[in-house]
Design a protein around this ligand. Structure first.
Ligand SMILES: Cc1cc2nc3c(=O)[nH]c(=O)nc-3n(C[C@H](O)[C@H](O)[C@H](O)COP(=O)(O)O)c2cc1C
Length: 148
């Protein structure tokens, strides 16, 4: 137990690793029902907490937009897994930035169904994703939101 804690600490906070934010968008293979969205969030939260990954996943019924924060190698490996998930396709990376601090430190993975929000119910990820700065801004809108 002690050994595992030490290894995780080293992996997440070593000066030899680089903290990045990584944003991609994708198209859903088929719309997810609310229970499937909850299941996806639960598995993301569980896995990401173990890997020191934080972030936010937006869903508008047709597309996903996700920001992942963490050690660059961990994020690249996770993205390889996510890319091959059959729940989506047309997976396209739009931002990969080194960062000093996390914007979503409180979220091992927040998930927002935009269609169920007041302010963003008409927001379409397919329109926003054409602009990386706008994509970044949209995700940051959820940093301090009380989503649940
Ligand atoms: C849009 C989308 C986002 C996902 N995000 C994550 C994530 O942040 N972390 C994660 O571990 N898995 C994520 N997954 C799930 C992975 O693709 C994969 O199913 C999961 O890592 C397998 O975990 P398991 O081996 O515990 O079943 C995501 C899947 C989709 C479709």
């Amino acid at each position: 137990m002690l050994k595992k804690t030490y290894c995780n600490y080293f992996r997440h906070f070593s000066p030899f690793t680089m903290l990045i934010e990584f944003i991609y968008t994708s198209t859903v293979t088929r719309p997810l029902d609310p229970k499937e969205v909850i299941n996806l969030q639960e598995s993301c939260m569980h896995n990401n907490a173990q890997k020191g990954v934080t972030g936010m996943l937006l869903y508008d019924g047709q597309h996903f937009m996700q920001v992942l924060e963490g050690d660059s190698q961990t994020i690249e490996t996770l993205f390889e897994t996510i890319k091959h998930d059959s729940r989506h396709f047309e997976v396209s990376a739009i931002i990969r930035n080194p960062i000093e601090n996390r914007n979503f430190a409180a979220w091992s993975m927040g998930v927002v169904d935009l269609t169920k929000t007041m302010d963003f119910k008409n927001t379409k990820i397919k329109d926003i994703r054409k602009s990386p700065p706008l994509s970044h801004k949209l995700l940051l809108a959820f940093t301090h939101n009380k989503i649940y």
